[in-house]
Write a protein that binds this ligand. Structure first.
Ligand SMILES: Nc1nc(=O)c2c([nH]1)NC[C@@H]1CN(c3ccc(C(=O)N[C@@H](CCC(=O)O)C(=O)O)cc3)CN21
Ligand SMILES: CC(C)C(=O)C(=O)O
Ligand SMILES: [Mg+2]
Length: 271
């Protein structure tokens, strides 16, 4: 069944996700961190739900993704996988749960698959993580790579918003990820022309965030696209709703009606 047909109720598998590229179907990916939102995203027809380590920022209120633990990713991954009936569920491996060695990557990913019900994991890296990607692929654990701006490298780069422009490095990273056995690659914050070249040169689907329209799919952080993170306005973001404003208005009205006695009415009460 096709990855891009929300009408179907059958599960999007990793092979379905990969096949979308050769079939010319763009892939729509969003993040989710809990049961409620994962269910809403799944019902809206996304191809994949990513349990991103952006959890650290959007859910936990931290400055970076570095403090997020594997136990936390597994806790949230299980909530999301249980709510998601149709989309592919991908769980980010957090900082320092795979960089030590391929053996550590296997142990961390193994826990994700055993304990969450996810269909794939993601890690940040290309050339530098090719041995980890190879180890996971050899164990039949589907792995997505992530090249360009890598938030887990913020201490070297200095900030999380730096557009990555080294074309030779980016192309080498994408090629290495494919050669090592990644089933897909996230391209984050890179020039559109480089993303176009990479998407043409690799057979696996590229999923862009701030990488332009020539990628094989797109990913956005759900609270960003729904207008819940109002201070965050990078160029790549499009807001499809203004939920923060909706929440302020609705809850403000509730507060006022409780104080005035307008809520609850007889209709809201039991005799
Ligand atoms: N809420 C949220 N949304 C995200 O997309 C996201 C996270 N958190 N946390 C992890 C990473 C970090 N990301 C970021 C963070 C900042 C920019 C940013 O400020 N970009 C600006 C400046 C680019 C520049 O000129 O250097 C932009 O306009 O794109 C982009 C991506 C993407 N990821
Ligand atoms: C922005 C996406 C690609 C991500 O890695 C995350 O949400 O953590
Ligand atoms: Mg991430």
């Amino acid at each position: 069944m096709s990855a891009a047909s929300p009408a179907t109720t059958s599960r999007v598998t990793v092979p379905d996700f990969v096949k979308a590229k050769s079939q010319g179907r763009k892939l729509a990916v969003v993040t989710a961190y809990d049961f409620l939102w994962a269910g809403l995203m799944d019902a809206a027809g996304v191809d994949a739900v990513l349990v991103g380590d952006s959890l650290g920022m959007v859910v936990q209120g931290k400055e970076t993704t570095l403090p997020v633990t594997l136990d936390e990713m597994i806790y949230h991954g299980e909530l999301v996988a249980r709510a998601t009936k149709r989309a592919l569920v991908i769980v980010d491996l957090p900082f320092m749960t795979y960089q030590v060695s391929p053996r550590q990557a296997l142990k961390s990913a193994g826990r994700v698959f055993k304990e969450t019900g996810a269909g794939a994991v993601k890690l940040e890296g290309g050339v530098n993580q090719s041995r980890a990607i190879e180890a996971l692929a050899a164990a039949d654990l589907p792995v997505m790579a992530h090249v360009g701006m890598r938030p887990q490298s913020v201490r070297r780069i200095g900030r999380m918003s730096a557009i990555q422009r080294n074309e030779d490095q980016l192309v080498a990273d994408a090629r290495a990820a494919e050669a090592a056995g990644a089933f897909s690659i996230v391209l984050e914050l890179i020039p559109r022309g480089i993303a176009k070249r990479i998407s043409a040169e690799v057979k696996i689907p590229t999923i862009g965030i701030g990488a332009g329209p020539e990628c094989d799919g797109q990913v956005l952080v759900t609270p960003d696209m729904l207008g819940l993170t109002e201070g965050f306005s990078p160029r790549f973001l499009k807001r499809y709703a203004n939920l923060a404003e909706t929440v302020r208005t609705a809850v403000g009205q509730y507060v006022q009606e409780v104080r005035s006695g307008e809520f609850p009415t007889a209709a809201n009460s039991h005799e």
